[in-house]
Each structure stands twice: as structure tokens, then as C-alpha cells.
Design a protein. Structure first.
Length: 365
């Protein structure tokens, strides 16, 4: 039995910039799309992946073979879905969960995200691992012209996605404890929630807020969030972060925030061959030698060798590829991590970092 609206007979094609073509079934919205194709190895949490603003400007391949089996539940990490496209092996048509509100197919259509199912996502992931992240196109046009499409794929750029992903105006999550300023570079809801449930009053600011406005509110701590795109493109934001560094306000930064703080202090970032995206990445705390399983979603990393060791030293390292996963700033109440301690669903191992931030704010008075 084929459900209505499943694009049952509609073929779709995923065309990569190296000319590789995968054929599958069309799902989601009917439009064509060109984007950067990245893969995520999480086994659960497809809704959190879809609503994570860090995926703005990218299309996501899920390596886990069955997606959508618990439908769409109220677990969104932001108000809408962000990826340009969605690529799965099998899209579950009959979700089963007592919290299910609709099918994933209905959600993709409603969010205007085109996708493709029945693709060998593991073979596709191997291509992306071997050749590196590539741009690609999803189209339902069976008469596509490869010669016309490939030059378009090569010129696609993610662009200024932080401006798209940030909030339009500041808002406050009330609390009776410490006051935290959260710079929203494309933040997942759970960052503010993780602070809020520790009693903090969280004021969420747009990515383009001046340092002066944040400092004049006298926060007890500043949180720099995750977000999408190439960190080196955020030139004006980096200038404001430099000013935040000059204060003595404790700062905790995650993912893009971690990269921008490093760039503000003279370090450089580079693009990984295929990024870290999933809920199973081991990171080692260099102080204790302990390894934590972390949730990650990033394509760029800080080159820790480019950081002046008088300013900051590596605090965490990725166990798999030895890339930098965190920095501790000397003489400052600042620590930054590349992974997501607020991840839901996913490992809760590194949630203690929020407690560490709370301790820093206690000592900062």
C-alpha cells in the first residue's frame, strides 16, 4: 500500500559535483535544490537534526537506514527546519509513537524541504568520506542535463547563513538565578534551556548585537552558541567578540561560538574533509584524561597550532582524528568547546560543562 502524497512513483536524483548520480524516490517538497551535501551518523534524533540551525545551507544524508519511525514529536530545537534537502535510505510511512503528531513526509512538505529516499546512503557516505564534502542537487527532472548542472554545483556557496539562522530580536527566558547573555548565532533551544533549568535568567541576543549592548546589561556570564556556515565569514561578529574577550565576564562558547572566539584572538580555522556530525564522537578532556562521548555538528575546526599558547591552550581533543575540540583561555574565565554538551537526544556525558560555567559565574562576582 502506498500512502497518498508519498511521491510514490516520482523518481528523484541526487547529483554530486563529481558527476556521481544516485537514483531514488522523491520525498518532501517538489522543488529542485542545490546545496552542500553532508552526512550525520546519529541513530535517533532526526527531528533535532532537521531543526538544528547549524544545518542552514546544507543538505543532510542520514546514515542510519530507517528514518521517521517515531514520526514528528514536539522535540524541535528551533521554530523550523533548516536543511536545504534531506536524503534517507528508507522513510518510514507508518510512524509509531504516543507523542507522534504527523509523519516525517508531512513535515518535510510543510517545511518546503525536498528530499530523496531509497538511496544507498552508506555508499553515498563512503563517496563523501573518500572525496570529501561535495555540493549536490536533488531533482525530480528525469531529463536533467549533467553538463548544465555540474558548473552550477561547483559554484554553489553556503554564504551568510548566520544572519538567516539567528533570532530577529532579543527575548528573555525568566529565571531567579544568574543572568546569562546568549549570543544566538543559530542556537539550538536546548542551550538556553540547559541554563534556564539551572535557574539562570537567559537573555537571547541576535548575532548582530553589539558588544556594548551586551556588556551594558551587566550579565553574570556570556554564552556564544552554535551556528551554521564558515566561521571566517563572520567578520563583524568576530570584532564584537574581541570586545567581549576584553571584559572579565565569564564566557562559555559552543561550536561556532568556540571557533569565533579563537578567530577573534588570532587563531585560524580550516575545513575538515567531511566534518563531524552525529551523536557518537569521542572527545578527551586533556586535564583529566577522561573520554566523553559527544554530539557534534560542524565542518570547520580551530587549528590549535595557530593559537598563541600564552592566550589559550587545548582543553579537549577528538580521539578519532586528533583535531581540536576545546580551548581554555589563560588568565580569563573563558572556556570553549567544539561539541554540543546540551545535546538531546544523545550523550549527556558532557552536560557537566554547564555546571562548570555556573561555578565560573559564582566565582566571578
Amino acid at each position: 500500500m502506498v500512502q497518498e502524497g508519498m511521491g510514490a512513483h516520482m523518481k528523484a536524483f541526487l547529483i554530486l559535483e563529481d558527476g556521481t548520480v544516485f537514483e531514488g524516490k522523491h520525498i518532501g517538497s517538489d522543488k529542485d535544490m542545490i546545496s552542500e551535501i553532508v552526512f550525520n551518523t546519529s541513530m535517533t534524533g532526526y527531528l533535532e537534526v532537521l531543526t538544528d540551525p547549524s544545518y542552514a545551507g546544507q543538505a543532510v544524508v542520514m546514515t542510519y537506514p530507517l528514518i521517521g519511525n517515531y514520526g514528528v514529536t514536539p522535540d524541535m530545537e528551533s521554530k523550523k527546519a533548516w536543511p536545504d534537502g534531506y536524503i534517507v535510505r528508507e522513510l518510514s510511512r507508518m510512524p509509531s509513537n504516543f507523542r507522534c503528531e504527523k509523519t516525517l513526509q508531512e513535515f518535510l512538505k510543510e517545511q518546503d524541504i525536498p528530499g530523496i529516499a531509497d538511496v544507498d546512503t552508506r555508499a553515498l557516505t563512503q563517496v563523501l568520506r573518500e572525496k570529501g564534502t561535495m555540493n549536490g542537487m536533488i531533482t525530480a527532472n528525469e531529463n536533467y542535463n549533467l553538463e548544465e548542472i555540474l558548473p552550477k554545483l561547483k559554484t554553489y556557496q553556503v554564504g551568510d547563513v548566520v544572519s538567516k539562522a539567528t533570532c530577529s530580536e532579543k527575548y528573555v527566558l525568566p529565571g531567579s538565578g544568574k543572568k546569562v547573555a546568549l549570543l544566538d548565532l543559530g542556537a539550538k533551544n536546548n542551550i538556553a534551556n540547559s541554563l534556564n533549568k539551572r535557574g539562570c535568567e537567559v537573555t537571547v541576543y541576535s548575532a548582530h548585537t553589539t558588544a556594548e549592548e551586551i556588556i551594558s546589561a551587566h550579565p553574570d556570564g556570556i554564552m556564544l552558541s552554535n551556528g551554521p556556515g564558515d566561521p571566517a565569514d563572520c567578520i563583524s561578529i568576530i570584532e564584537e567578540i574581541k570586545k567581549l574577550y576584553q571584559t572579565n565576564i565569564p564566557v562559555f562558547a559552543i561550536c561556532l561560538g568556540h571557533q569565533l572566539m579563537a578567530l577573534a584572538l588570532g587563531a585560524s580555522t580550516y575545513k575538515l574533509k567531511y566534518g563531524h556530525r552525529g551523536g557518537n564522537h569521542p572527545v578527551k578532556d586533556l586535564k583529566t584524561g577522561r573520554v566523553y562521548i559527544s554530539s557534534q555538528n560542524h565542518g570547520y575546526v580551530v587549528d590549535d597550532k595557530s593559537m598563541d599558547s600564552n592566550i589559550a591552550v587545548p582543553a579537549f581533543v577528538n580521539v578519532n582524528d586528533k583535531t581540536n575540540e576545546g580551548l581554555e583561555y589563560k588568565g580569563k574565565n573563558i572556556f570553549t568547546v567544539q561539541f554540543h554538551p546540551e545535546a538531546c537526544p544523545g550523550p549527556q556525558d558532557s552536560g557537566y560543562l554547564f555546571d562548570r560555567f555556573m561555578d565560573m559565574m559564582e566565582g566571578a562576582e
